[in-house]
Structure formats: structure tokens, C-alpha cells
Design a protein around this ligand. Sequence first.
Ligand code: CU
Length: 146
Amino acid sequence: MWHNREARPAVAIVGSVAALLVATVSLAGAGDGVDSTTVHLREYRFDPPEIHVVVGRDSELIVVNDGTVPHEFVTDALQDLTVDVEIGGVTAETLGVAELEIPPKARVVVRFTPERAGEFRFACHAMRPTDHYRQGMIGRLVIRER
Ligand SMILES: [Cu+2]
């Protein structure tokens, strides 16, 4: 129920299941015991293109759009997990995150604890000004056993 453009959220989140959320002010950063990885989004690549996390470890992905157009972070890796998504200092807890749309210069922090090993792709499917995926905007998230 957004009545004007200014009230729209800066970042859209699409959860795999109806996302519920309690907004809390986040004071937490990457503290001890958190595996933190920063991923930069630019035209048209992810840097780094491969992310490694470990089953059972508290993990944090800091996704930063360093480009000049909106980019997406789309993955199946975070389905079925409880995920904290921090945007602009506010954290929402959601069950699963499938897609983040991130405006230029914006930053989203995603926190989760992987439960199963596997390899997943992540990609950007934005289409403006061109097809980002076809330009090679794809990466790999590797979840390994301890
Ligand atoms: Cu993109």
C-alpha cells in the first residue's frame, strides 16, 4: 500500500514463501564467528563470481551494486532457510530469499546459516539496458561440509 514513489522500498525482496517481517534496527555487523563475503555487482559481472560458505557456519553476504543500473541477485541457494535481510540499517527476517533487486549504489546484507552442502548458481536477470544474464552476469555459490 505505497501511496507515493518516495514511500516505496528501495529494494524489492521476493521470498520463496510469504515473507513475514518484523523490522528491527540492526546494530550487528560481521562479528566474531561470522563468515562475511562482499559481492560487487557491476555491468555485467559479479565480483567475485564464486562464493564459498560452510554448512553450519553463520554466513553473511554483503551485496553491493557498484554499477549504474539496477542489478539482481537471484538464487535457489537460500530457499528453505531462515534469512535475515538488512537494507538501510533495518533487518527483516524471511523464510527464503529468491530474488533481490538492488538499485545502483545500494547495499543489501543477507545473513543465513547453510544447512546442506551443494552448488548453486546466482545470476542477474535484469533486462535494461540489455540482458545482463546473456552478458555473463552469473556466479556460483558453493556450500561445503565443515
Ligand atoms: Cu545485472
